[in-house]
Design a protein around this ligand. Structure first.
Ligand code: FES
Length: 354
């Protein structure tokens, strides 16, 4: 006689007949938790009161109507607030109004659909039992026959030249798309484009967006400034691109907490350091500064840079530190650049080409 006990749960077991050829592990549990089934269905207010159902219907209709208005508003905003590349405020206005319209359009549909399903559609729970996904031998054999017959009738295997040219045509068809996408890239050499910014010897660091130069004494410990080169606001053409490339974050740390490499000791001024604001991952603006830890965080994919250690990457997908802008002060005490960045700003894949 073999009696098999499930030690973990102390379950009752089926006694196996000594004569039975069944293996000793063939255990039938009798303590399985019974299926409790669905809880009793509770009627909703809209099931009980036709007035409430009508009100819910009106709410859903209003939400869908709001969505239509939002979408129409987005289109109107696109027409009424065109972007003038020389005026950043037009970009902000256009994005804001188009964004508001699209938000209303999507929210209206989303909330309306959820409310419709929760308040008005039937709430019965149902169970759909699984069924075997493998077809019967008969249907599988039939499928193979169909393939064979199709192959025979089309001559796909037999007419090899035609088949190969078809494969060639299918492979070649997406190639024009590659050329079209290539057109989206800048026409100038992207490395040269990112290699140089407006920073140059003696260019003052100015507040963004006012363009006011910054005195070294204005930068207190723990503070952070977003800065642009002085004079950027006067540029009429390519202003957006130049600003995007030249945006810099300026921070002051206690000198004893700044671990500067020997060859870069002259790049900072009295604990004040300047780093490119463009994330080296895919180019989002690094935006959050944690003054206790001296960490900069990029909100796009959470890359973190350690300002105290040359903005090296301490977390996230960015592959290299933020480029540092060498700075000093001029005769009047204003912070100025010593020269341009020594490496291209922005995503790392530009650098790999170098
Ligand atoms: S762009 Fe900054 S982490 Fe991806």
């Amino acid at each position: 006689m073999a009696e098999v006990q499930d030690g973990a749960v102390g379950s009752a077991v089926q006694k196996l007949d000594d004569q039975s050829p069944a293996p000793a592990t063939a255990v039938v549990r009798s303590d399985r938790v019974p299926n409790p089934g669905f809880p009793p269905e509770r009627p909703r207010v809209t099931d009980l009161d036709p007035k409430k159902a009508k009100a819910a219907e009106r709410t859903v209709t209003a939400l869908f109507f709001l969505s239509i208005i939002g979408s129409a508003f987005a289109v109107a905003a696109y027409v009424l607030f065109p972007i003038d590349e020389g005026a950043p405020s037009t970009i902000r206005l256009s994005n804001m109004f188009i964004g508001i319209g699209i938000t209303l359009g999507l929210l209206g549909i989303g909330i309306g659909a959820v409310h419709w399903s929760k308040a008005l559609m039937h709430g019965h729970e149902e169970v759909e039992m699984r069924h075997p996904t493998r077809g019967s031998d008969e249907s599988r054999e039939k499928a193979v026959q169909i393939f064979r017959q199709s192959n025979e009738e089309s001559g796909f295997t037999r007419r090899s030249l035609m088949r190969n040219t078809l494969i060639g045509a299918v492979v070649a068809t997406p190639i024009p798309a590659v050329a079209l996408f290539r057109e989206l890239a800048p026409h100038e050499d992207p490395i040269a484009l990112l290699r140089h910014t407006m920073w140059d010897t003696g260019v003052r660091l100015a507040r963004d967006p006012s363009g006011t130069p910054i005195l070294a004494s204005d930068v207190t410990i723990g503070s952070v400034f977003q800065v642009i080169p002085e004079g950027l606001a006067d540029l009429e053409s390519h202003r957006i691109e130049e600003k995007a490339k030249a945006a810099v974050l300026l921070m002051r740390l206690p000198i004893d907490e700044l671990n500067e490499r020997e060859d870069r000791r002259s790049w900072s001024y009295d604990g004040i350091v300047a780093y490119s604001k463009i994330c080296t991952h895919v180019g989002c603006p690094v935006a959050l500064y944690e003054q206790q830890t001296h960490h900069l965080l990029c909100p796009c994919h959470q890359s973190q840079f350690d300002v105290a250690n040359h903005c090296e990457v301490i977390f996230g997908p960015a592959a290299r530190p933020l480029p540092q802008l060498p700075i000093t002060v001029d005769d009047e005490g204003y912070l100025v650049a010593q020269r341009d960045f020594e490496e291209p700003v922005g995503p790392s894949f530009w650098e790999r080409e170098l």
